[in-house]
Design a protein around this ligand. Structure first.
Ligand code: SAH
Length: 251
């Protein structure tokens, strides 16, 4: 497995010390792609001293102002949470990373997203994730320090790399472009297209959306679409829209 394909994203972390400790935790496990969404001031003494020898992760961190930007080029986005959520999102345990990663395909860029120290991830941020990983801690005291959660999940990634390293390596086959996993940005364009077509054809009432878009998102997320499948759906939507326009023009 190529560790460069795995990005850890920290959302609105409020302590520079935690960011530094998270960078150190990542580096010990061979990870280097760190993204920070609206972080606190982190170029501080405390942050760099907690990072210890992992300063380059902080120097090279992708700093962005929204989670959408941090995951735009990722085709598998896994959220993390200290507690079970009411919305029944596909939920995995850390040891199931391997299955999720291999289902996403060798070319997939993967994001693991961590929430705020106090409040975790919002529901709309979780909606951008296709799976949720929960570290099984004790009941009643389930919330780990964010850098500790980063360490546990980085270790799971490390274990996958070690297992992969122990297996004979065969020459990788080149994936045809259409079979590459669709990235987040392509999927978001498809969802916008789906929503507007459903509104235009009268299937979705914007005043009474009935969770239609989150339900479609969950369905498509489960499918793990590749690029040509996204084009297939968009072609269908375009033809439905055209037919609806013809009917409107004729009436
Ligand atoms: N009250 C918050 C806790 C936030 S802890 C909540 O309920 O979500 C800060 C972050 O550390 C979380 O957003 C998550 O990214 C990570 N984290 C903490 N405990 C975790 C656990 N048991 N499993 C997975 N991630 C965890």
């Amino acid at each position: 497995m190529d560790n460069k394909k795995i990005r850890f994203v920290l959302v609105e972390t409020s302590s520079g010390g935690n960011i530094g400790a998270a960078a150190r935790a990542m580096k010990t496990m061979g990870l280097s792609d760190l993204a920070l969404v609206n972080p606190c001031e982190f170029r501080t003494y405390e942050c760099y001293s907690r990072a210890s020898g992992a300063a380059e992760l902080l120097d090279d961190a992708l700093v962005c102002d929204s989670l959408e930007v941090a995951i735009a080029d990722c085709s598998l986005v896994i959220g993390t949470s200290a507690r079970l959520r009411t919305l029944s999102w596909p939920q995995i345990e850390p040891h199931e990373f391997e299955q999720s990663f291999s289902a996403a395909g060798a070319d997939a860029k993967i994001a693991v997203v961590f929430g705020r120290e106090r409040s975790g991830l919002t529901n709309s941020e979780l909606a951008l994730c296709s799976q949720l990983v929960v570290i099984p801690s004790v009941e009643g005291f389930s919330s780990l320090n964010i850098a500790a959660a980063v360490q546990v999940l980085a270790y799971e990634v490390r274990r996958i790399s070690l297992r992969a390293g122990a297996q004979p390596v065969s020459a990788p086959e080149k994936t045809p472009p259409g079979e590459l996993p669709a990235v987040h940005e392509e999927l978001e364009h498809m969802y916008k297209h789906l929503e507007s077509t459903m509104v235009n054809t009268g299937y979705l009432d914007p005043d009474n959306p009935r969770m239609m878009m989150p339900r479609f998102r969950r369905l498509f997320n489960r499918a793990g679409m590749n690029r040509s499948e996204v084009q297939l759906i968009r072609g269908l939507l375009a033809s439905l829209q055209k037919a609806a326009n013809r009917i409107k023009a004729g009436s």
